[in-house]
Design a protein around this ligand. Structure first.
Ligand code: NDP
Length: 451
């Protein structure tokens, strides 16, 4: 088929972070672009992920601030929290962002089809309404979907898709999983006043993060009232006549009573029913679309970016992948993604953040490493009689003095880490950190004072 005979130069399936960025950049390079989205423009991050979650974290944080306020001379009377007010304000902001993303697509002359699209061949897609469309290139950016393990009564459980819409604040909530989503929502609900029980299939939380920091998070959150049950996956959930849920976990004599059960056990690439087989697009072991380092699938005209490729399930990575794809295919620029030193954070309470290698990874890769740490009680906490301590760790290559990783837990650690990540990415040394004068008084100054 000659190029001009295709309906579009690019057809994007999925208007999330990666898909919207790719659409906009491809259009700016002069491509005729269309995007199909079956739910809402913005994708997981904006509609039911990072953004509304962060707003709930902000909302729940007032509990701590208000508790500490009396030490700073404030009297706060008649304190009351109203879940529907916060929930609806958050959902309203999601509407605003949905509109903003839609406007971005319109301004860039990207045609939108608000319906499901499936692939019918290397250059073909079919819309749910029945229309067949051709495109020179197809980009799959359909993201990932929460994994719901098989157990009796799992229909009574919710995932991160539904948690933003809860009709009321659960008095008691059981959260299955001990990864990002589980621990972020455990912190939110704990701060808002729910009784939180985290149940996990193994005895570890936040696999992949620095071990000492994970221990610190566990200690602090237990002291804040979160209950953990390890090696205890859910085996059954029974709904009682009064609506109460009885959560049975492995090895337990009695069920855990709950008003809501949130399952946060990972997210799987969203590929079901996409028609990938019609174009010879191959999947990997975890059901992810296999791509090369240019985001090309096993079909030459079909590319994939973001969570559906299950490389690094983070929004900024999907955005970079979408941008690089569009620059390469339509802008004649050979941009590749560098996956080294991607900073990440868990917005638990307190939050945890890291970049580069953990101590264990560094020892495996470099053998001789030096570990510096600062275990301190933030000034704000001392004054508020809050015993919680922050912990920063710096991992350094003993031979070259290069900083290989920084990991931290404590107030505002994601904000601090983003700046420190520039130094780690740039390959700076411990001596470079030491040569920087401390900004006093701050928590971040610990980074240049580690001995
Ligand atoms: P994670 O991969 O972070 O954690 C999954 C948890 O579920 C682990 O504790 C794991 O246990 C457990 N688990 C996995 N499979 C099963 C199963 N079949 N049965 C029972 N338990 C199981 O997943 P999340 O759902 O929390 O988050 C998904 C992804 O979303 C993250 O990987 C992250 O990339 C992204 N995300 C990022 C955020 C951020 O940047 N702040 C926030 C939220 C999500 P075990 O450890 O024992 O194997």
């Amino acid at each position: 088929m000659a190029e001009q005979e295709y309906d579009y130069d690019l057809f994007v399936i999925g208007a999330g972070s990666g898909g919207v960025r790719a659409s906009r950049i491809a259009a700016s390079h002069g491509a005729r672009v269309a995007v199909a989205e079956e739910y809402r423009v913005g994708g997981t991050c904006v509609i039911r992920g990072c953004v509304p979650k962060k707003l709930l974290v902000y909302g729940s944080h007032f509990a701590e601030e208000l508790q500490d306020a009396s030490n700073y001379g404030w009297t706060v009377e008649k304190m009351h929290f109203d879940w529907p007010t916060l929930r609806d304000a958050v959902l309203k902001d999601v509407d605003r962002l949905n509109d903003a993303y839609t406007t971005t697509l319109e301004n860039n002359k990207v045609e939108r089809f608000l319906e499901r699209a499936t692939i019918t061949g290397p250059h073909g897609v079919r819309l749910a309404s029945g229309r067949d469309i051709t495109a020179k290139y197809i980009l799959v950016a359909t993201g990932a979907w929460p994994l719901m393990p098989e157990f009796e009564g799992n229909e009574h459980c919710i995932t991160s898709n539904e948690v933003f819409h809860l009709p009321e604040l659960p008095r008691r909530i059981v959260i299955q999983g001990a990864g990002y989503i589980a621990l972020e929502f455990a912190g939110i609900f704990n701060a808002l006043g729910s009784a939180v029980t985290v149940v996990n299939r193994s005895d570890a939380i936040l696999r992949g993060y620095d071990e000492t920091l994970r221990d610190r998070l566990l200690q602090i959150t237990m002291a804040r009232g979160i209950t953990y049950r390890f090696n205890c996956p859910i085996t059954k959930v029974e709904k009682q006549e009064d609506g109460c849920l009885h959560v049975w976990v492995k090895g337990a004599q009695d069920p855990i009573p709950a008003d809501a059960v949130l399952v946060a056990t990972g997210r799987r690439p969203n590929v079901a029913g996409l028609g990938l087989e019609t174009a010879g697009v191959e999947l990997g072991e975890r059901g992810e679309i296999r791509v090369d380092d240019t985001a090309k699938t096993t079909c030459d005209s079909i590319y994939a970016v973001g969570d559906v490729t299950d490389r690094v399930q983070l929004t900024p990575v999907a955005i970079r992948e979408g941008h690089a794809f569009a620059d390469r295919v339509f802008g004649n620029k050979d941009v590749r993604i560098d996956y080294a030193c991607i900073p990440s954070a868990v917005f638990s309470q307190p939050p945890l953040a890291g970049v580069g290698l953990t101590e264990g990874q560094a020892r495996n890769a470099y053998g001789n490493v030096k570990v510096y740490s600062s275990d301190f009680r933030p000034m704000k906490n001392i004054f508020a009689h809050r015993p919680e301590r922050g912990l920063y760790k710096m991992i350094v290559d003993a031979q070259t003095d290069r900083v290989l990783g920084i990991h931290m837990i404590g107030p505002d650690s994601p904000e601090i880490l983003q700046a420190a990540a520039i130094a780690v990415k740039a390959g700076l040394t411990k001596a470079d950190f030491d040569a920087t004068v401390a900004l006093h008084p701050s928590m971040a100054e610990e980074l240049v004072l580690m001995r």
